[in-house]
Design a protein around this ligand. Structure first.
Ligand code: URA
Length: 246
């Protein structure tokens, strides 16, 4: 039926519980201990702090992958089949930052290997860039904001992005690409704190200390083929920037 994470009969917003403890407690119920009220926020900042120190301690991409995979501060890990760190050539001048693994990525443990990934490969092939290229000039390196698949392909939640960001930042620092492509809204949100990809796309920004180009996600292009025209313009802009012409 598509349900893969049974939790409770009704949804509970734990951020709201932490922010407004009095209204979350039904009349007559015993007052929860302060530690329980503060739990969600405390856990999140502790997890972010741990993620930051683990990421900072990683001196190579392999060490970072090992540290991120072992990190337990993200619930998604329990429901995912495989850890999905990166694909392509880490020496590439271009790094693509996507959103999160989908079903096929979760099966294979590699980003962008499902339908969106096949379109992504065709798009970048058209401007001479490929994840299989050995030469850094023609190569792509691909990763996602989240390394574990969200159940049912739902959008990544703010806490999941928050605990993943320290690893993403370090990932980009270690791979040291010249240019970044921010693929879709979640990547833009994580990298520059902004959504609205249809307005953002095509305009270069700074992200993680490097020039970055927001583009519409291939999943969007599969649903809206006419938008491929703008995506093509963005690919040409990327290509020109790589050639030093822009
Ligand atoms: N969509 C993404 O953003 N990343 C993937 O790896 C697959 C689909």
């Amino acid at each position: 039926m598509g349900a893969d994470e049974p939790v409770l009969d009704a949804p509970v917003d734990r951020f709201d519980l932490a922010a407004r403890p009095q209204t979350a407690v039904s009349a007559g119920a015993p007052t929860p201990a302060p530690a329980l009220i503060l739990g969600a926020d405390d856990d999140l900042s502790a997890h972010v702090a741990l993620a930051e120190s683990l990421a900072a301690a990683a001196m190579t991409l392999d060490a970072l992958a090992t540290a991120q995979q072992a990190f337990d501060g993200i619930e998604l890990k329990k429901g995912a089949r495989n850890f999905c760190f990166a694909d392509g050539n880490p020496a590439a001048r271009v790094l693509i930052l996507g959103e999160a693994p989908g079903d096929e990525e979760d099966r294979q443990g590699r980003p962008f290997v499902g339908r969106s990934g096949q379109l992504l490969d065709r798009m970048f092939d058209a401007v001479g860039l490929s994840r299989r290229a050995v030469d850094a000039e023609q190569a792509l390196y691909i990763t996602n904001v989240l390394a574990w698949r969200p159940p049912g392909n739902r959008d990544p939640q703010p806490d999941e992005i928050a605990v993943s960001l320290p690893f993403v930042r370090r990932h980009i620092e270690l791979a040291a690409p010249d240019l970044i492509v921010l693929m879709g809204n979640i990547a833009c949100d994580a990298a520059i704190g902004r959504r609205g990809i249809l307005r953002l796309r095509g305009t270069w920004v700074q992200a993680f200390g490097r020039p970055a180009l927001p583009m519409t996600h291939p999943a969007y292009l599969l649903r809206n083929p006419p938008a491929k025209r703008e995506a093509w313009a963005d690919l040409l802009s990327l290509s020109a920037r790589l050639d030093g012409a822009a």
